[in-house]
Design a protein around this ligand. Structure first.
Ligand code: AMP
Length: 217
């Protein structure tokens, strides 16, 4: 059993971090911290943070480091993180990684591993532009690879799925450019810290999940 692990899932948009994080956290009872989901929720609820984040998220840019790092620092202090967590989509810049290390050390924790989801860019674009999401439970589907059982309806909630506006071809390309410029440098950063493990994220989730479990075991 993979318990009490403090993990980061690192990789480009569309690499499958969210899908595998949902599977792992459900099975191993780890807290799933998706900064994208938290920000979309804040935007939906019209909070101050949501209003500040809106223009960045819509355009595919990054929300300023201090805003996201504070949001994560608070989330990490919640009770469900006591038995381990998966950070999905955070950190996305080197300053965010430094801020994370500081906020973890303040609460007496540290990262155990950073899993890097490696996939080629043409596949990422194909996946992003065919992705569907459930507004209620955040389940992720894909029109090409993992379609819902009935039309555009969530298998779990029975409500209509939607395409994230930032999954349009144009914004998806922008997000990949931002990833290459600002997030990819975290690969050598965590390699140097001897925390990095790589998985092949080009496989279907049924094949990449066992690979993830092997890496974590
Ligand atoms: P995601 O669901 O992880 O693809 O994130 C959706 C959007 O939320 C990103 O394109 C960013 O605008 C914003 N976002 C999520 N995580 C972060 C982060 N760690 N730093 C800055 N912006 C973020």
């Amino acid at each position: 059993m993979i318990k009490n692990r403090n993990l980061v899932f690192l990789g480009a948009p569309g690499a499958g971090k969210g899908t595998l994080a949902q599977m792992l956290c459900q099975e191993m009872k780890l807290a799933h911290i998706s900064t994208g989901d938290i920000l979309r929720n804040e935007m939906k609820n019209g909070t101050e943070l949501g209003k500040k984040a809106q223009s960045y998220v819509t355009s595919g840019g990054l929300v300023p480091d201090d805003l996201v790092a504070d949001m994560v620092a608070k989330r990490l202090q919640e009770n469900d993180c006591q038995n381990g967590f998966v950070l999905d989509g955070f950190p996305r810049t080197i300053p965010q990684a430094d801020l994370l290390e500081k906020s973890l050390s303040k609460i007496g924790k540290k990262l155990d591993m950073v899993v890097y989801f490696e996939a080629a860019e043409d596949l990422l674009i194909k996946r992003l532009t065919a992705r569907l999401m459930c507004k209620k439970c955040n389940s992720i589907y894909n029109k090409l690879f993992t379609p819902p059982k009935n039309g555009n309806i969530c298998d779990k909630c029975g409500i209509e799925l939607y395409q994230r506006p930032d999954d349009s071809l144009e914004t998806a390309k922008d997000r990949l450019r931002v990833y290459n410029e600002q997030t990819a440098p975290l690969v050598p950063y965590y390699e140097k810290k001897k925390l990095l493990k790589v998985i092949n994220a080009e496989l279907s989730k049924d094949k990449s999940y066992p690979e993830l479990i092997k890496v974590l075991s």
